[in-house]
Design a protein around this ligand. Structure first.
Ligand code: 4AD
Ligand code: MG
Length: 482
């Protein structure tokens, strides 16, 4: 019985192990929550789930053995401890079941339980996000989420990257988009201001203005230019007022940063890494994926297997604009314009990925003016319709079917002078950036990295449609419940 979690002193066996066990006749104890109960003629059947697997174990109870007082309290959602014998199941679809000899009610559950009904809407389940992990779908999503975190750590560990912890509280704005949540201990109703009306932070906790980080990249670059290859993986925060199915105010980001990496190697890393994670899900989350494939998205497993077979398209931004403008000439209607220099809207990205190429696209060589200050400037300017365009940078966005942008990354500008030029022309406060500039001042090296939105990966791998449903407790504008 060793190794199966079964033991003679009746410690509990996880349902996942109980279902694998063929040691029929053995004593067993399982604990979990009632998913359903049915019965007839003095025999009742309970589907018990303990979260270790999407599958339930069937408990068979005899009303001459289990007292009526107890049987009455076995209701949907109640928590039970069941002792009994593991027996071969006559029912189809399950090898074993448990013939109960003793049932204890650990926690009763009355009919006000919000997960009573099957088929509740996603919107309703968000209002009970504190309980929704107990549903089949959220159990599956959360086990897959855990597995994707394991895939990420394993991938980088196996490839010689060091897990480098970057701070959540910061005084710099990596993306420069001004979407930061401030961190302060000051009384907001009684702020000290100077003669120009600017807040004085001298007496604040950190003695300066601080915020929650939008990205660990800048500190990650310090790590990469010392340890060679690092990754960060943690929460990031954005105060952008985007109420979309793809944006959270608090999301998790994976950010590798690598010394001596060029653009081609970066794109190779982005593709290899995503494929590794998808393969991990197919190899390690079979039961949960099969459930989601049946109940949520019938094309899920096929789409995941498809991505493994595809080679991602490498598409310069200028070529992308050409394709989009050609499509418009041929009658395609978009809501937003797409002239060279515009940030592509999600309808443009979706056209390229879902209709034109029908596979993931890594777009690169973006116009400098729509990307962040740290990206390496291309040596040559692109030409469109015989005309030379403005400067471009070695930025990459990985665009996925139904998700849109899943990764944003770039080669970093390693020249001190060019980087300074960008910082100055964009008006980024210099006093906050000296530590970052030291990477370019002392032994500067070519390097590159990317950020993958963890929840966007989970959306892809689970087939879910709304980012609020792939994180246990979503934070979005006007919502910080639980
Ligand atoms: O493209 P972004 O803004 O890039 C950076 O932050 C870089 N500093 C990363 C780097 O190079 N180390 O964000 C990276 C990814 C996006 O591609 C997207 O997947 C995700 O983070 N993301 C969000 N996910 C959920 N909610 C939001 N509000 C997100 N904003 C970005
Ligand atoms: Mg981006």
């Amino acid at each position: 019985m060793e190794g199966l979690g079964l033991n003679p002193i009746m410690k509990r066996t996880k349902v996942i192990d109980a279902l694998k066990c063929t040691d029929f006749g053995a004593d067993i104890c399982v604990k979990g929550w009632v998913r359903s109960k049915r019965g007839s003629k003095g025999i009742f059947f309970v589907a018990l789930n303990d979260g270790s697997t999407i599958k339930n174990v069937q408990i068979v109870g005899d009303e001459t053995v289990i007292p009526e007082e107890i049987v009455k309290q076995i209701t949907t959602g109640a928590c039970l401890s069941v002792e009994g014998k593991l027996v071969e199941s006559p029912a189809a679809g399950q090898a074993s079941e448990i013939q109960a000899t003793k049932i204890d009610i650990l926690g009763t559950c009355d009919n006000t339980y919000p997960l009573q009904k099957k088929g509740a809407s996603w919107e309703y389940l968000r209002t009970v996000a504190h309980l929704r992990p107990r549903t089949n779908t959220f159990g599956a999503i959360l086990r897959i989420r855990h597995n994707m975190a394991m895939a990420i750590h394993t991938y980088f560990h196996e490839h010689g990257y060091f897990y480098f912890h970057t701070p959540l509280i910061t005084a710099s704005d990596c993306e420069g988009a001004g979407q930061m949540f401030q961190v302060t201990t000051k009384n907001l109703y009684d702020l000290k201001k100077d003669e120009n009306g600017s807040i004085i932070y001298d007496d604040d906790f950190f003695g300066k203005q601080t915020s929650l980080t939008v990205s660990g990249q800048l500190e990650g670059e310090l790590g990469a230019t010392a340890l060679g290859s690092i990754y960060t993986f943690g929460p990031t925060f954005r105060a952008e007022n985007s109420n979309t199915p793809r944006h959270l105010a608090e999301f998790w980001m994976v950010e590798p940063e690598v010394a001596f990496m060029d653009l081609d190697e970066l794109m190779e890393l982005e593709e290899d890494f995503i494929k590794y994670c998808v393969r991990w899900a197919l190899d390690n989350c079979k039961d949960d994926l099969e459930f989601l494939n049946k109940m949520v998205d019938k094309g899920l497993i096929e789409r995941l297997e498809g991505v493994l077979k595809e080679e991602f398209v490498h598409l310069p931004y200028t070529e992308g604009i050409k394709i989009l403008q050609e499509a418009i000439k041929n009658g395609k209607k978009f809501e937003f314009p797409c002239e060279w220099g515009d940030d592509l809207a999600s309808e443009h990205e979706r056209y390229l990925v879902e209709e034109y190429f029908k596979k993931p696209v890594i777009m690169n060589h973006y116009p400098k003016k729509i990307k962040a200050f740290y990206m390496k400037i291309d040596a040559e300017k692109p030409v469109l319709d015989g005309k030379e365009m403005e400067e471009t940078v070695q930025g990459t966005d990985v665009l996925f079917p139904s998700i849109g942008e899943i990764i944003g990354g770039s080669v970093r500008e390693e020249s001190y002078d060019k980087l300074m030029g960008e910082i100055e022309s964009r008006g980024i406060p210099m006093k906050d950036m000296t530590w970052y500039l030291d990477t370019r001042k002392y032994g500067s090296c070519p390097h590159a990295g990317f950020g993958l939105g963890f929840e966007r990966l989970i959306l892809f791998v689970t087939g879910m449609q709304n980012i609020r449903d792939v994180i246990p407790f979503p934070r979005t504008p006007k919502n910080a419940e639980f």
